[in-house]
Design a binder for this molecule. Structure first.
Ligand code: SF4
Ligand code: SF4
Length: 181
């Protein structure tokens, strides 16, 4: 993991999300509505609390950030208009930028493989995602029995369908990478 101090982490987080984690007063309304709460090791509001207390490593290593589905239920329920879904996304991206490995390694590898497809093709490319994820996780046989039926239903295209303006997508990734540096 690259070295980072709490002040620097918070500064980057605020710069990415344009909101201060201090806004959150820990009412827990977000976590009460979170659809994946039963699977998270810590409720989403606790991740915000970690950051408020300067415990950024705890925030970045928690499997909660990787289980977050980005559904925005928390964001719509927050009485402080704190965009927790955006916050979670930023913590995930900082964890990747700082080389932090989550306890939930496979979800992190899937996330990275998925983003690689968006960066390269501008949209999800299932075959590319599959290959990238398998190479990262080395889990070559998981769900292999599903391959023939997925193929026959046309869910796995051999070639990607690219967006027209791929340059714009690359630019977005480049600029978001600059913010994280
Ligand atoms: S609902 Fe908003 S203020 Fe309440 S704990 Fe969640 S993020 Fe914080
Ligand atoms: S965006 Fe993430 S943290 Fe918020 S309610 Fe959905 S799954 Fe839970």
């Amino acid at each position: 993991m690259k070295s980072l101090n709490a002040k620097e982490f918070k500064k980057k987080l605020i710069s990415i999300t344009s909101q201060d984690p201090a806004l959150c007063y820990q009412c827990g309304k977000c976590s009460a509505g979170c659809p994946v709460r039963d699977f998270e090791e810590a409720p989403p509001n606790r991740i915000v609390r970690y950051v408020q207390l300067g415990l950024y490593e705890k925030a970045m290593t928690s499997s909660t950030i990787w289980l977050c589905a980005g559904c925005q239920t928390c964001t719509s329920r927050c009485p402080q208009q704190f965009d927790l879904a955006k916050f979670m996304d930023a913590v995930r991206e900082l964890a990747i930028a700082y080389g932090v490995k989550s306890a939930d390694k496979k979800t992190q590898e899937f996330h990275e493989a998925f983003l690689n497809q968006i960066e390269n093709f501008g949209r999800a490319y299932e075959m590319g995602l599959l290959i990238d994820y398998k190479l990262k996780s080395k889990d070559f046989f998981q769900d292999v029995t599903l391959a023939p039926s997925t193929f026959s239903k046309g869910k796995l295209n051999l070639l990607p369908h690219m967006v027209k303006n791929k340059k714009q997508i690359k630019k977005i990734f480049k600029e978001s990478g600059e913010v994280k540096k």
